[in-house]
Design a protein around this ligand. Structure first.
Ligand code: URA
Length: 258
């Protein structure tokens, strides 16, 4: 393991490193390495990860996402049309209070789609998801499983406009914005969606639940597997939970390689 990878795991609060007896530990490869190497990364980590494994491999029935109030043919749009439509959108009250819409960023053919809640102040200013402190942690989480923003990874949010004072998006705002995310999913065709936090998870799945009850399960979002983990902003406030997020990331890597 090189120094940079040490830093990643330290940032994730996974020291001291724990290695299963008999597991060969190769030097961790560079970011964006093939999936087999992300698996190797998951053999390194905190001891807690082995004692609190979530129940794995349970597939729930197909769940309908929240129906948008105004899909208005969003489901026929190509990337350019969708970007323009989001850019021009004034369909809910959020747009009046934000600087700009934040569409999403990354590889438009990505296998991995990470979905957050909505832009914060930094994202509102820069027009890109997860560029503030939570975004730095997300980048470290990606690096820990050998992924990199923009390289086989797409990052989007449930709502494209910043909610005032960083409040949670309201149900009508989520419903209005959801067709845009649904069309992003349809265009990307990811192999796996990782919902970051309760708002992202419950909005996508269309049902209320605790985050804890949604972890450790492969949900089926109209044919696309979806797993749930903690929001990076929550992890910044509750660093003790980072080990559980590491479990979830390893679970995601395992699902991706099946
Ligand atoms: N939190 C989110 O949910 N999304 C962002 O883009 C930034 C912070």
């Amino acid at each position: 393991m090189n120094i940079r990878d040490d830093n990643v795991l330290r940032e994730l609060n996974l020291f001291p490193l724990w290695v299963r007896r008999g597991t060969p530990v190769a030097d961790a490869p560079e970011a964006s390495a093939p999936v087999a190497e992300t698996q190797a990364a998951c053999r390194l980590g905190g001891g807690e990860a082995d004692t609190q494994q979530p129940a794995m491999g349970i597939v729930e029935p197909v769940l309908s996402p929240v129906e948008g109030l105004n899909p208005s043919r969003v489901d026929t749009l190509n990337w350019e049309e969708l970007k323009q439509t989001v850019h021009d959108c004034t369909a809910c009250k959020l747009r009046a209070g934000c600087t700009q819409t934040v569409f999403g960023v990354g590889d438009e053919n990505a296998d991995w789609l990470f979905v957050g809640e909505g832009p914060g102040a930094d994202e509102d200013a820069q027009g890109e998801p997860f560029v503030g402190q939570a975004g730095k942690l997300l980048d470290n989480m990606l690096a820990a499983i050998k992924l990199k923003r923009g390289n086989n990874v797409y990052i989007a949010n449930i709502v494209k406009c910043r909610p005032p004072s960083n409040r949670n998006p309201e149900p009508d705002e989520i419903a209005t914005c959801m067709p845009y995310l649904q069309q992003q999913i349809a265009l990307i065709k990811p192999k796996l969606i990782v919902a970051l936090g309760k708002v992202a998870a419950t909005s996508l799945l269309g049902r209320e639940a605790t985050l804890g009850s949604l972890r450790g399960t492969v949900h089926d979002l109209k044919g696309t597997p979806l797993i749930v983990t903690y929001h990076p902003a929550y992890l910044l406030r509750s660093p003790a939970e980072k080990a559980k997020a590491w479990q979830d990331l390893c679970f995601a890597v395992q699902r991706m390689t099946e």
